[in-house]
Design a binder for this molecule. Structure first.
Ligand code: FES
Length: 496
């Protein structure tokens, strides 16, 4: 129903083992682009590296993206002021590292150099775009302003970054996995981290046992082991994506800075295929995701000639307060616990840049980007955002109880419908499947207790506070939660 083109066009791997090694120099949690890049680079230094992935390689955010490999991150350069040159250097270095590594190792990942564009359909926004061009050029980027783009997408002007790239992210990750193993690393899928005791060594507890490690790298998108207050410093959002054959070629990558519509192509032997993103929303908001998918498909038909929706999926992003990722020490006192998170929609270069930085940090080496990405940085501007982010969370902690109580009971649920409601003394999240069976679980997220909301396209319970997602039987689909929703068996007759 919702599976990305990247996951559907690559074979799953068989890296599942019953027993974990008891020790490693470095345990990397998460086999997305940040985790796999870090693992490969550290394995190449001769360390014993163990990667643990709860699902499958690239099965999380990295396999559910539009996979633009670019230093153009919306309109960030005019916003981050004096940090712009360092940010530009690190993101360009990440892009070039992928390009040169692909050339050196021969990993087949459909890598193509293309121009990247951020455009607007609003004439009043043109001065901002020109400001962005000036900031990007000052930061050393190959940027210019163009009045027209092709396809037109109703644009009245665009910022263009020349010679960026796009690729197939899962082919790249599977290639990195093989390179990591060739360098002596190990990757085990289907193992979820459940706890951590920091020390020398640290002990990582998992669903398959415990592992001791000198260094632990948490690259799980939203960091598990929330001891750095990340829940208050990250905002989860989702963009929907549709893909399929189209009646025209698209050359380059495109993003509308106001509507968030995003367009790129994918090479196929059978003709043009486009990937279109959009319908940006905050995870767990009470939105009709099915209706949003339909709206996005209509937009894609009209603007880029999409013939048929062959794939659809959602990209799940975490943004930091100042839009610069958090990469480095997990908390101010951490000496061997590392984190990489908060790439917004730009995880392909962001995750790669994180790997390049973490390689040096774990080795105790200087890196010019350490301060830029320091997860423990603080600024007054960020403090303002912190207040507003947490006000949103407070709304979901308190307000949703009222909303839930006004919903009807369970017995009247039709197939395909879901509800959060009170049942006895519990708040219950209930879903009736297409076969008529009722699935009931506790409605409080096991991370910090917000009430979940139903996502009717992916048939998941999504938490509005920090973005955890659960299947209809309560199993974790996406963290930060690591425990399933509480099981609440509810007999049909009791539901009446
Ligand atoms: Fe934090 Fe649900 S993800 S409370």
């Amino acid at each position: 129903m919702t599976r990305s083109l990247w996951l559907d066009t690559t074979q799953g791997t068989a890296r599942r083992e019953a027993t974990l090694p008891s020790t490693a120099d470095v345990v990397v949690l998460g086999a997305g682009i940040a985790g796999m890049t870090t693992a490969y680079l550290l394995a190449e230094t001769g360390r014993s590296v163990l990667v643990l992935e709860a699902r499958e390689i690239g099965g999380g955010v990295s396999g559910n993206t539009t996979a633009k490999l670019t230093a153009q991150h919306e309109l960030i350069y005019h916003r981050i002021g004096s940090a712009a040159p360092a940010y530009a250097r690190s993101q360009l270095a990440a892009l070039e590292w992928v390009v040169t590594t692909v050339a050196r190792t021969g990993v087949e990942c459909d890598l193509e150099r293309v121009d990247s564009h951020v455009h607007t359909t609003d004439p009043a926004r043109l001065p901002i775009l020109r400001e962005e061009v000036a900031a990007a050029v000052d930061a050393g980027l190959p940027a210019d302003f163009v009045e027209k783009i092709d396809p037109p997408l109703d644009a009245v002007g665009a910022v263009r970054f020349r010679d960026q790239a796009q690729f197939h992210p899962r082919k790249w990750l599977l290639g990195l996995a093989e390179l990591t193993e060739a360098a002596g690393g190990r990757i085990i899928e289907g193992v979820r981290a459940t706890g951590l005791r920091e020390g020398d060594p640290s002990i990582v507890r998992t669903t398959a046992g415990a592992v001791r490690a000198k260094d632990v790298v948490v690259a799980t998108h939203y960091p598990v082991f929330d001891r750095g207050m990340f829940f208050a410093r990250l905002e989860p959002t989702r963009d929907l994506v549709v893909a399929g054959p189209a009646d025209r070629e698209v050359t380059g990558t495109y993003l509308d800075e106001t509507t968030h519509h995003s367009v790129r192509s994918v090479p196929t032997p059978n003709g043009p295929q486009v990937i279109v993103g959009g319908e940006h929303y905050r995870v767990g908001d009470h939105v009709d995701v099915e209706a949003r998918f339909a709206r996005l498909a209509d937009w894609a038909r009209e603007h880029v000639g999409l013939d048929e929706v062959r794939y659809r999926w959602s990209a799940h992003d975490m943004s930091t307060l100042d839009r610069v990722p958090y990469v480095g020490r997990y908390h101010p006192r951490a000496s061997h616990l590392w984190v990489a998170t908060g790439f917004g929609q730009w995880g392909m270069t962001g995750g790669t840049a994180a790997g390049l930085l973490l390689r040096d940090l774990v080795a105790g080496l200087d890196n010019e980007f350490t301060r830029l990405y320091d997860p423990n940085r603080f600024s007054l501007r960020a403090a303002g955002s912190l207040v507003s982010a947490n006000a949103t969370v407070a709304k979901f902690l308190a307000g949703d109880h009222v909303r839930a109580l006004t919903k009807p009971g369970l017995a009247n649920l039709a197939p395909g419908e879901a509800v959060v409601t009170r049942h006895g003394t519990s708040m219950v999240a209930a879903y009736r499947d297409d076969g008529g069976d009722l699935h009931t679980v506790g409605a409080h997220c096991t991370h910090l207790g917000c009430l979940v909301a139903f996502n009717n396209a992916e048939r998941t319970w999504d938490c509005p506070c920090h973005g955890s997602r659960f299947d209809v039987d309560g199993q974790v689909v996406q963290g930060p939660a690591v425990r399933p929703l509480r099981a609440i068996p509810t007999k049909e007759e009791e539901a009446r």
